[in-house]
Design a protein around this ligand. Structure first.
Ligand code: NAD
Length: 238
């Protein structure tokens, strides 16, 4: 593992960005050097703050953690490519073209994009794929609930769980999205047969799990060869 990696946080003033800034002390091998937000530069003691328009001016860094918005994604990906730095991104709602851009980038830098940085959801994906494979005739429904500020729907996590269902085979899943109150994130994958039903549910009660997962992955991705990494690749090593 690389020591004293220089960290850039992109989207530092948002809900996730603030959690990252608050929890960075748990990862002493990461040194938060600079932080970027949309229109107003973040003010964090001992950390250089920049607006989106000033992105080119950020100092040299080893890894960027990005939790921003789809419209901010292309610029941060380009920055990491130009600087030869690793990218850990949790920004959801990316377009197909942005997904292709991400795929192209993995030939040049280490990249981890994940719709969800919790270990529980990584395991849920595995369970869902196995259930889909074992129950090829059953209907599949994915219901996701989030806070009222979440912009994209279905959530990136719901779509990733849908891909796990598809890998298992059988009918394509249906999606439903609820936006209510301050729900951090809930995902139900339901398999319905005749006269019986299986419900697999994950509930996140605190977004600290996502921030800790992203910081953990950032500390472990530095120094690795270019390529695409998954949360499980980096988290399971303890
Ligand atoms: P938020 O709206 O609270 O914060 C967005 C941040 O992006 C702010 O700091 C804002 O200033 C910044 N921003 C806006 N435009 C920008 C630009 N052009 N350049 C740089 N920064 C810009 O959002 P949030 O709740 O923190 O979520 C951020 C993203 O992370 C969303 O896509 C959300 O779905 C996703 N998310 C992912 C996970 C996960 O585990 N993968 C968990 C929670 C949220």
């Amino acid at each position: 593992m690389a020591k004293n990696s220089r960290l850039l946080i992109h989207g530092a003033s948002g809900r996730m960005g603030q959690a990252l800034v608050r929890m960075r002390g748990e990862f002493p091998d990461l040194h938060l050097l600079a932080a970027v937000a949309g229109r107003q530069a973040p003010v964090i003691e001992g950390v250089e703050g920049f607006t989106a328009a000033e992105l080119d001016h950020v100092p040299a860094f080893d890894v960027c953690i990005d939790f921003s918005l789809p419209e901010a994604f292309d610029a941060v990906l380009e920055l990491c490519l130009v600087r030869g730095a690793a990218l850990v991104s949790g920004t959801t709602g990316l377009s197909a073209a942005q997904g292709s851009g991400l795929e192209a980038a993995v030939a040049r830098i280490p990249v981890l994009w994940a719709a969800n940085f919790s270990l529980g959801v990584a395991v849920l994906g595995d369970l869902v794929e196995r259930a889909a494979r074992a129950l090829p005739a059953w209907q599949r429904d994915i219901v996701e609930s989030h806070h009222i500020h979440k912009k994209d729907a279905p959530s990136g996590t719901a779509l990733a769980l849908g891909q796990a269902v598809t890998r298992g085979g059988g009918p394509e899943p249906h999606y439903a999205s609820l936006r209510a109150g301050d729900i951090v994130g809930e995902h139900l994958v339901q398999f319905t047969g005749v006269g019986e039903r299986i419900e697999l549910t994950h509930r996140a009660t605190n977004r600290d799990i996502f921030a800790r997962g992203a910081l953990h992955c950032a500390s472990r991705i530095v120094g690795r060869p270019p390529g695409r990494y998954r949360v499980l690749d980096l988290i399971e090593q303890g």
